[in-house]
Design a protein around this ligand. Structure first.
Ligand code: GDP
Ligand code: MN
Length: 391
């Protein structure tokens, strides 16, 4: 689950990381009031940032500075309602603009191959890290956190020195350890600070000081771990969740949309992967990955069917069920129910084996479904029904 920058920053603050204060505004009036408060507190400029779940907002015109409340109001009105990569901006972050001396990069990601948290740092921040990785891989320093002890002090220092942050050693170490702590506290997949910035500020006596702060924050939470953090569910942004993803989540289905034309309804993640492979081998392209889970009842099957058919590209459906806990006849009933009310008729090829397969076969035959005995046959029939093998 992706969360908005403002929410990501709240999680960082809760873990003790240095993040300059901000407010979230939903309309021009709120933005003006927020800006007035920052100017009253001594800000020379405010920064206004689109809150959308895509990267590269700066380049897209979604991050702008303003030097007065009037200017803030104007900037807010251009950013609110703006389309950034297909998403309409509905809220903005307002903050005192930082006086940036240097932009750097630091992130923690779950390294699945290694089974550990990977901390990455680079002196080249503010740009896309993928570009740095491609053009100058040596500019990125990497260390793996200890699974039990977290990021050790010497590892944090190693990263901070490699980033050229010797002058900010203490703050840099705290941030590095804080990113790993944030990963662990919320079961995050990614905690990325880009830019991590050296900024010029004035201390209490009015003397200039340089400080290391998190200016941007991107956090992705592990969906499978969300039940461990029910309070984070409130950070889900319904404005930006794909309708099909939301329906699938509400129905308890694991659904991932793909680009092909053959809808797949399968029970079990491994069988779903196999089914997709066989569709491809038969010359077709799967339209989705869909695992209806174990013990799927008729209503869940019907929900899955609606989600598959909502994709206009789908022109054939392959149902592949291995009945274990899941009863074949329940699935067959679900399919019959779903087809009776579905808005669009597409060919459906059904293979059900295992528990109550015979009852299922009888029900499907009576309802004139196309069935297949083997998975290979099912995949071939589905590809043929969808207009034959792709070139
Ligand atoms: P992103 O483009 O979606 O990653 O959004 P960021 O929050 O990273 O902002 C993009 C760029 O805007 C940063 O790399 C900075 O150069 C600039 N920027 C962001 N916040 C500030 C700020 O407070 N002051 C100044 N001067 N520039 C900022
Ligand atoms: Mn950024």
């Amino acid at each position: 689950m992706k969360i908005q920058e403002a929410d990501a920053k709240s999680l960082l603050v809760a873990q003790g990381l240095p993040v300059p204060g901000w407010e979230v505004a939903h309309n021009v009036e709120e933005a003006r009031l927020a800006a007035e408060r920052f100017f009253a507190a001594g800000a020379q400029q405010v920064v206004i940032k689109a809150q959308v779940l895509v990267g590269g907002r700066g380049k897209a015109g979604g991050v702008k500075l303003a030097s007065s409340p009037d200017a803030a109001e104007r900037v807010a009105s251009t950013i609110l309602g703006m389309d950034i990569k297909g998403i309409t901006v509905r809220k903005i972050l307002v903050a005192a603009a930082a006086d940036i001396v240097k932009e750097l990069y630091m992130s923690a990601v779950l390294d699945r191959a290694d089974g550990r948290i990977l901390l990455m740092g680079s002196a080249e921040g503010g740009v896309e890290i993928e570009q740095v990785a491609a053009a100058n891989p040596d500019a990125i320093v990497r260390v793996h956190a200890d699974p039990l002890l977290g990021l050790l002090d010497f590892q944090a220092r190693q990263v901070v020195f490699a980033m050229g942050l010797g002058a900010h050693l203490k703050a840099g170490v705290a941030i590095a350890k804080g990113l790993v702590a944030t990963m662990r506290a919320y079961d995050a997949d990614l905690v990325e600070i880009n830019p991590l910035a050296i900024v010029r500020e004035l201390d209490a006596a009015g003397a200039p000081v340089k400080r290391l702060v998190c200016l941007d924050a991107k956090v992705t939470l592990d969906d499978s771990a969300l039940p461990r953090h029910p309070e984070l569910e409130a950070l889900r942004d319904p404005d930006e969740e794909d309708p099909a993803d939301r329906k699938a989540r509400e129905a308890g289905l694991t659904f991932i949309k793909l680009d092909g034309t053959i809808g797949c309804m399968v029970n079990g993640a491994g069988l779903a992967m196999t089914t997709m492979d066989l569709v491809k081998r038969a010359g077709g392209e799967p339209a989705n990955f869909l695992d209806i889970g174990g013990g799927a009842r008729a209503d869940r099957v019907a929900a899955a069917m609606r989600i598959i058919l909502a994709d206009p590209k789908v022109d054939a459906i392959l149902v592949n069920i291995f009945g274990g806990i899941t009863r074949g006849d329940e699935v067959a009933r679900g399919l019959i129910e779903a087809r009776a009310v579905q808005e669009r008729d597409v060919p459906m090829i059904v293979r059900i084996v295992g528990t109550n397969a015979e009852e299922a076969a009888a029900l499907l035959e009576e309802a004139h479904f196309t069935t297949a005995a083997s998975l290979d046959e099912a995949a071939e029939k589905a590809v043929k029904a969808s207009g034959g093998a792709a070139a």
